[in-house]
Write a protein that binds this ligand. Structure first.
Ligand code: GDD
Ligand code: MG
Length: 350
């Protein structure tokens, strides 16, 4: 079975971080995001190939994953000439697909038994099977109503407040029969959520839901991007590099000067330097070669590689890109974001 990973979105909600780094490869700790999904796909023996469906900055992504040999799973690429939407992208990527295919949104992390989803699809002889997850507020997602037998009765993308009738949403994993893709026009913009799924319901085709109660997050917003780090650090989602150290400090080779205080959980990548009297954590994530100067403080923040945090500065709830220079005595508070190569003048309060 082939898998299609939809990873062509621009990641607009994560700007400015995604200006130089497309969303599929934004780092989660020291690994590009899609690595976490590839880990999951590799565990399913019958998935023999992953097709990465791309259009935004495809070269960067291809350089990161190559042909997959080093990762233990075959990877190929389908690069659209222009964005075709989720349905158009699946059609474009599925040109060599002859059997049931599994499709995954490329910006979601979830604890799931994919083999069980595939088994349900087969048992029910479904035309399409969709994974659902319960959320508090479905308005940012695709609302999915089901009947008592677990068939999808309605699919409504981004419902308005008065259209919310249940709490189950599209979790971003589908198993599809190849012939159902015939309705998607080639090389045209087409939405799997707004067109394909509603058409299955309208035609009364066997469209099955698989409700999953495990961990689920869409990393597409700054808050969620920070949240996924906290969740992995706390062990709510079990993944490298915190598999054996939930709640603890993962230090891949930092140099700590005297009087540094660290409160876990924290992540310090290779070559991080923390100067005298600095305080880290909880939930400080420092990328390769970052430097935190004397008496500075970093908590609940994600800082990408090669950034310097000046003396006596404080980061709390911030996201900071690569190669930034945060001056001394500066405050970056909750929700602040700096793109790569930003400079913040000494004594700034943001
Ligand atoms: N190749 C390609 N081409 N990929 C695309 C395109 C495109 O034109 N447009 C979007 N994608 C990819 C994105 O990169 C992402 O991985 C996935 O398709 C979903 O797109 P998003 O832009 O992240 O959509 P969303 O988060 O608003 O909503 C979707 O995900 C929700 C779950 O997180 C929908 O599928 C909702 O129904 C769902 O609930
Ligand atoms: Mg998304």
């Amino acid at each position: 079975m082939k898998a299609i990973l939809l990873a062509g979105g621009k990641g607009t909600r994560l700007r400015p971080l995604t200006l130089n780094t497309p969303k599929p490869i934004v780092p989660i700790f020291n690994r590009p995001f899609l690595m976490y999904q590839l880990d999951q796909l590799r565990r399913v023996p019958e998935i023999t190939e992953v097709i990465l469906s791309l259009n935004y900055q495809p070269r960067r992504i291809e350089e990161t994953f190559g042909d997959g040999e080093a990762l233990g799973i075959k990877i190929s690429y389908a690069v659209e000439p222009q964005p075709l939407g989720t349905g158009g992208a699946i059609k474009f990527s599925a040109q060599t697909v002859q059997d049931s295919v599994i499709v995954l949104n490329g910006d979601v992390l979830q604890q799931i038994d994919l083999q069980a989803v595939i088994a349900r699809h087969r048992e029910r002889k479904a035309k399409a099977t969709i994974v659902l997850t319960p959320v508090d507020n479905p308005s940012a997602y695709g609302l999915v109503e089901t009947d008592a037998e677990g068939n999808v009765r309605r699919f409504l993308e981004k419902p308005k407040a008065d259209e919310i009738t249940c709490n189950t949403i599209n979790a971003g994993i589908y198993v599809l029969e190849p012939e159902t893709l015939d309705r998607i026009p080639a090389n045209e913009n087409y939405s799997i959520e707004r067109q394909y799924f509603p058409s299955l319901v309208a035609n009364g085709e066997t469209f099955v839901a698989y409700v999953n109660d495990g961990y689920w997050i869409d990393i597409g917003t700054p808050e969620k991007y920070r949240q996924v780090h906290r969740d992995i650090m706390d062990g709510r989602y079990q993944a490298a590099p915190f598999l054996d150290a939930p709640g603890g400090v993962v230090d891949l080779g930092a140099r700590l000067e005297d009087d540094v205080q660290i409160e876990g959980p924290c992540f310090l990548d290779e070559g991080v330097v923390v100067r005298r009297g600095a305080r880290l954590g909880p939930y400080a994530v420092l990328g390769r070669q970052c430097q935190v100067d004397d008496q500075a403080q970093v908590r609940d923040s994600v800082v990408w590689a090669n950034t310097v945090v000046g003396a006596e500065s404080s980061l709390d709830g911030a996201l900071v890109g690569r190669n930034c220079h945060v001056g001394r005595n500066t405050v970056l508070s909750e929700g602040r974001m700096l793109g790569d190569r930003s400079t913040v003048t000494d004594f700034s309060k943001l």
